[in-house]
Design a protein around this ligand. Structure first.
Ligand SMILES: Nc1ncnc2c1ncn2[C@@H]1O[C@H](COP(=O)(O)OP(=O)(O)OP(=O)(O)O)[C@@H](O)[C@H]1O
Ligand SMILES: [Mg+2]
Length: 377
């Protein structure tokens, strides 16, 4: 059986990864020039994939960097942050290596309890702090350890916006002041909540203000994505009709995750040829599979919010939320209702707000939900 080349999670290899050449080059340039990066995009555009792709490049090209990735999404406090960092370092530098054994020595100074998962071997670190100064000292100790390595460490912190949720009120200042003293670590701060990330890095009153270069990940280029999709089907002896590709990328609006999902589903149908009909069949299957979840959303929203969501889905993208035409087409009672619904649906991450110089454009965040609402109502 052929392996499905359209990944739905994780990173495999450059062959299964489409484009992002320019962004990979930019990351490299930043790292080589001692510049820290803030990497942002809406959800599931491929930020984490890009980090892994870049790290793969660093390793295969033998570049003089030591890549280290942490995902702080599950962290709820600075304690968790430290735990995740310590575990990642332990995992990255095995105890048997000289770096690993040195790290273990340093870590032991913080009196941790270290256990290893018996099946996966993944390390678990538990540190109890008496005072908050001990916690700060531990964080500084871990980062200083990384800083003291011969090879520069590139530390990617995924879902960085999470630090704003920590109960400790000085996390940003503490991190920033610690980082400022380290000259041998390059940071990549990654996140999908645009407003929170912008607040952290672009607000002159906050510690991280102007400390990084932004990479704002966009959709993958139409031509590049078409070629990628055709290549992988044809490699598996599946013919592709050009109109089918148009249909795929139009239906998914070139959004990475949804494009990957649709192609994955098409591939799983085992077609001899990818044509318009098979694409439609896959689209319908996806919407059917998700419809129970989408119906549950309705229970969580007011009628007015639900109707508003449908209106945005039917429009595809709404640039002028309060325009008379939009309000009258969808019988929305007024501009205040429109604004209030847009705000609460954006807070719930059911709508995505994309601001530009003039307008904020709204669309349904989950593209499949958008397509489902369009079809059902
Ligand atoms: N350039 C690419 N080519 C092919 N597949 C990709 C590419 N980038 C990402 N993907 C795939 O798209 C999906 C979403 O990517 P990823 O998880 O990297 O997005 P993300 O922006 O980190 O999302 P989130 O904001 O939810 O963390 C994954 O299945 C990943 O394998
Ligand atoms: Mg991610």
């Amino acid at each position: 059986m052929n392996r499905n080349p359209f990944l739905l999670k994780g990173y495999h290899s450059p062959e299964l990864f489409c484009d992002r050449e320019q962004e990979t080059r930019q990351l490299l340039r930043n790292v080589l020039n001692g510049v820290d990066t803030t990497l942002i995009s809406p959800r599931k555009y491929g930020k984490t994939g890009l980090i892994y792709h870049f790290f793969h490049h660093v390793q295969t090209q033998n570049l003089p960097f030591e890549p280290l990735y942490i995902d702080i999404f599950p962290s709820r406090s600075l304690n968790d942050f430290i735990k995740i960092l310590a575990e990642a370092i332990l995992q990255r530098f095995p105890e048997k290596s000289s770096i690993g054994s040195r790290f273990l020595e340093i870590l032991k100074g913080f009196r941790p309890v270290i256990t290893y998962d018996p099946i996966s071997g993944t390390p678990q670190v538990q540190i109890n702090y008496q005072l908050s100064s001990e916690k700060e000292h531990t964080l500084q100790g871990l980062l200083k350890f990384l800083n003291d390595q011969e090879k520069s460490v590139v530390l990617a912190i995924d879902e960085f916006q999470q630090i704003t949720e920590y109960p400790e009120d000085n996390t940003e200042a503490l991190l920033r002041s610690t980082i400022q003293q380290l000259h041998n670590i390059r940071f990549i701060f990654c996140g999908s909540k645009h407003t929170i990330m912008a607040d952290i890095f672009q607000d002159a009153k906050r510690p991280f203000f102007s400390s990084t270069k932004f990479i704002s990940l966009d959709k993958i280029d139409f031509e590049r994505y078409s070629q990628f999709i055709i290549y992988h089907f044809e490699k598996n002896q599946i013919e592709v009709e050009p109109e089918a590709i148009q249909h795929i990328l139009k239906w998914t609006k070139r959004h990475t995750f949804y494009t990957q999902s649709l192609c994955n589903t098409i591939f799983s149908l085992n077609p001899e040829i990818v044509n318009y009909d098979i694409v439609n069949q896959a689209c319908n299957e996806i919407l059917e599979n998700n419809s129970a979840t989408y119906l549950q959303y309705r229970e969580l929203l007011t009628n007015s919010q639900w109707d508003f969501l449908i209106a945005v889905a039917k429009e595809g993208a709404v640039q002028k939320l309060t325009s008379a035409k939009f309000l009258s087409t969808y019988q929305i009672s007024g501009t205040t209702t429109a604004r209030r619904n847009a705000q609460s649906l954006t807070d719930k991450e059911l709508l995505l707000a994309i601001p530009d110089k003039k307008y904020t454009t709204y669309q349904v965040y989950d593209l499949f939900l958008s397509r489902w609402l369009e079809r059902e109502y």
